[in-house]
Write a new protein. Structure first.
Length: 406
């Protein structure tokens, strides 16, 4: 009897321990503090602001007394991407699922008396409704939005005139800066809107270089911080959509065209290292670099280069080998005929650079590192490092037509 009770206790403790570990990992994955997580659980239903969520602005805009004025709507796009090359018997299910893709329409809207909350510009209407399409947070549903974790809103500062809201979650990431934030300038142009101010981040080196090239005067820029709230007389906001659309790629290539080389430099091959990053590093990078050296690859660390230097070397590359990461956003500047080999952990496959490569004429290959294969389940192990099988990489280089030069 005592043994049975002890066994039940041990079993209950094990379940409790596993659930606790899972909860802590979830909090770490969402990049929120434990205190904020607790507030998220207990305050969002009691919050006196953002009492409802607007998840589809187009039908809402048609209603009488709607808070929006739609300035322009970009129609949906459809794609049929060629399946990527690899060395395994079947193509990973994520690529086959996104082989045929439809990107939904997106809109530019004018919102009167909007409240813009925090560094990531969470947008509330005058009545306090969250405009979710203009305030998305990666991997969170509308009702779990961080704005509901705020028991009260901070004191506000008013901004007169028209204000273009460019800030968003992920804007300090190089990839999201290029493909989410900068294309909003093109949307503004299409909408014929000329704002008086821009809510946009401008602290990182690549952000300053981009805004300088665009000719945006520093006096027009307002950088948001956590704990701040701006009340905008007329806010120009943007709904979000999947990022690898054709018009975004063409816009970026046009914007940075004077920093791009005219054509591929024959034999110029790049290996992009992540050795100074905290995630998705190649654990046997010395072996990988040794193999690639025989094929004439040059090791580059984009974090040490200016934006102009990154664009220039990627536009000259005949072939690029890299693990998945933000620096690969530079592949949008590659020349037609370039080849990209992307390295993944089996627990985290992301198709965005395959989509971009397909749009601009880059031939795409991928290689999964050693480790458990998860079938059609996505564990989303975004932080996992990668162990590359050298024989498999050599085989893929041969399949891609990349020959040794040494």
């Amino acid at each position: 009897m005592k043994f049975s009770a002890l066994r039940r206790f041990v079993g209950s403790y094990s379940v409790f321990r596993m659930n606790t570990i899972f909860l802590l990992k979830l909090i770490a994955l969402l990049k929120i503090s434990f205190a904020k997580f607790i507030r998220l659980l207990f305050f969002f239903k009691k919050s006196r602001h953002a009492c409802r969520v607007i998840t589809d602005v187009i039908p809402c805009s048609r209603k009488k007394g709607a808070p929006f004025e739609i300035l322009i709507t970009v129609p949906e796009e459809t794609f049929s991407h060629p399946l990527p090359g690899n060395v395994e018997e079947i193509v990973h299910w994520k690529f086959t699922r996104m082989h045929q893709l439809r990107l939904p329409p997106l809109s530019v809207l004018k919102l009167t008396n909007a409240s813009i909350v925090g560094k990531h510009a969470y947008t509330l209407t005058e009545e306090g409704a969250l405009v979710y399409e203009a305030s998305p947070v990666f991997a969170l549903s509308p009702r779990l939005h961080p704005v509901f974790a705020l028991p009260f809103l901070p004191a506000s500062e008013k901004i007169a005139g028209g204000t273009a809201v460019f800030s968003q979650a992920g804007e300090d990431n190089f990839f999201h800066w290029l493909f989410d934030v900068l294309p909003k300038f093109k949307l503004l142009e299409w909408a014929g809107a000329i704002p008086d101010h821009f809510l946009i981040s401008s602290e990182k080196r690549f952000q300053k270089e981009s805004l300088s090239l665009l000719g945006l005067h520093p006096e027009l820029i307002i950088s948001l911080k956590d704990g701040e709230l701006y009340q905008c007389e007329k806010a120009i906001i943007f709904t979000q959509a999947l990022i690898f659309s054709r018009w975004r790629c063409l816009f970026l290539r046009e914007l940075f065209s004077k920093w791009m080389a005219d054509d591929i430099e024959p034999g110029f091959r790049l290996y992009v290292t992540r050795k100074n990053e905290l995630r998705r590093r190649i654990t046997n990078e010395v072996e990988v670099e040794s193999l690639l050296a025989g094929y004439g690859f040059v090791v580059v660390n984009p974090a040490t280069l200016s934006l102009r230097e990154q664009i220039n070397i990627f536009s000259q590359a005949e072939c690029v080998v890299a693990s998945h990461g933000g620096a690969l956003a530079n592949i949008v500047f590659a020349s037609d005929g370039c080849k990209l080999i992307e390295l993944f952990s089996p627990g985290y496959v992301n198709c965005c650079f395959w989509g971009i490569a397909s749009i601009i004429g880059v031939t795409y290959f991928y290689l999964l590192g050693k480790g458990r294969r998860y079938g059609d389940w996505d564990p989303h192990l975004v932080y996992a490092d990668i162990l590359i099988e050298i024989a498999q990489l050599r085989k893929l280089l041969h399949k891609a037509g990349i020959e040794r030069i040494i």
